[in-house]
Ligand binder design. Structure first.
Ligand code: NAD
Ligand code: UDP
Length: 331
């Protein structure tokens, strides 16, 4: 006989609610789920997302969009099989500009999304982050590492919101028996990242393509590990299919110093933009690389897109976007 968790394994057609589904990652996830025949309800207040991201999905009768701030009570009519909670500012410049909204969506928004899942008898997935490890003293970071976060520093609004949202998710799992997943997402890039979102991948590519200096913060000796969005979406789908309630890291362990990454972007884009060294933001983590042993062993997941290949594809997408932006109006 199948366990309750097993019967929830995604079999078409399910009805899934994606909070933050008009954002970069959420729109890719929505597209992937619709492609497999599922029904998708995106709930988003568009604070950092864009209707353009979901424009191609809106003609699909299995797709619905609700314009709503999930930090306020969340109502979705009809049956729901999954609540995928991605709503949150995610880029450092966004959460530094929106500190209270970020804390609210991580706390009140997560509470509302969990409440919706519980009321509907749905399963729940939390999009958490490698930022829960803060400026890590352990490298690479396994899920068992508790982290090194400055709760009152500028990044604390994001890090602590996500840490609280993980604690609340585990509390709903333990107290109410909710079927939950927690994914700790490491730096993810790809088409649909906002050109001006300030993250390193979008910033460097746009700067390289427009001949502007690449803004390296500090000496560029800090490291990050970059995964292509299609690998993340595949990892999320696998995690949904496996009843793993402890957090799982999903990220590509290919690690770069920021300076080496700038040089890679220059080479792949054929740009001769100079490098410009700027002050390092407060509490910027010095190193980051996922230990993906758990994802490998429990989900059979590992990244398939090498950084060089993913960055080539992303550069090609930004070239088209920037060409469209400067193309003369045909009318
Ligand atoms: P994004 O900014 O493109 O998407 C976030 C979406 O959430 C946006 O559409 C925004 O409008 C929406 N949103 C924010 N607050 C909301 C609210 N109160 N109510 C309703 N909608 C709201 O960012 P993303 O990169 O797609 O990130 C998606 C999720 O993944 C976030 O939870 C983020 O913390 C997590 N994450 C992303 C990365 C990454 O590298 N991209 C890394 C770790 C974790
Ligand atoms: N960074 C940089 N120049 C930029 C943007 C970011 O050197 O124009 C650095 C930033 O200081 C950090 C790394 O790149 O060390 C990754 O920054 P991002 O904002 O993409 O994400 P984070 O991993 O810090 O959340």
């Amino acid at each position: 006989m199948k366990s309750e968790d097993e019967t929830r394994r995604p079999q078409a057609p399910l009805r899934l609610v994606i909070t933050g589904g008009a954002g970069f990652i959420g729109s890719h996830l929505a597209e992937d789920l619709l492609r497999d025949g599922h029904r998708v309800v995106v709930v988003d207040n568009l604070v950092t997302g864009k209707l353009d991201n979901i424009a191609p999905l809106r003609s699909d009768p299995r797709f619905e969009f609700i314009h709503h701030d999930v930090s306020n009570h969340l109502h979705v009519a009809g049956p729901v099989d999954w609540v995928l909670h991605l709503a949150s500012p995610a880029s450092p410049i966004d959460y530094l500009n929106l500190p209270i909204q970020t804390l609210k969506v991580g706390s009140l928004g997560t509470h509302n999304a969990l409440g919706l899942a519980r009321a509907k008898g749905a399963a729940f997935l939390l999009a958490s982050t490698s930022e829960v490890y803060g400026d890590p003293a352990v490298h690479p970071q396994p899920e068992t590492y508790w982290g090194h976060v400055n709760p009152i520093g500028p990044r604390g609004v994001y890090d602590e919101a996500k840490r609280f949202s993980e604690a609340l998710t585990m509390a709903y799992h333990r107290q109410h028996g909710l079927d939950t997943r927690i994914v700790r997402i490491f730096n993810t890039y790809g088409p649909r990242m906002r050109a001006q979102d300030g993250r390193v991948v979008s910033s460097f590519i746009v700067q390289a393509l427009t001949g502007e200096p690449l803004t390296i913060f500090g000496q560029g000796q800090q490291t990050r590990s970059f995964q292509f969005v299609s690998d993340l979406v595949r990892g999320l789908r696998l995690l949904m299919a496996h009843p793993v309630h402890d957090p799982v890291n999903i990220g590509n362990p290919e690690e770069f110093t920021i300076k080496a990454f700038a040089e890679l972007v220059l080479r792949l884009s054929g740009s001769s933009s100079p490098l410009s060294f700027q002050p390092l933001p407060e509490d910027d983590p010095r190193q980051r690389r996922p230990d993906i042993t758990r994802a490998r062993e429990l989900l059979g997941w590992e990244p398939g897109v090498r950084v060089e290949e993913g960055i080539r594809q992303t550069i090609a997408w930004y070239r088209r976007e920037l060409d469209l932006a400067i193309a003369p109006d045909p009318t």
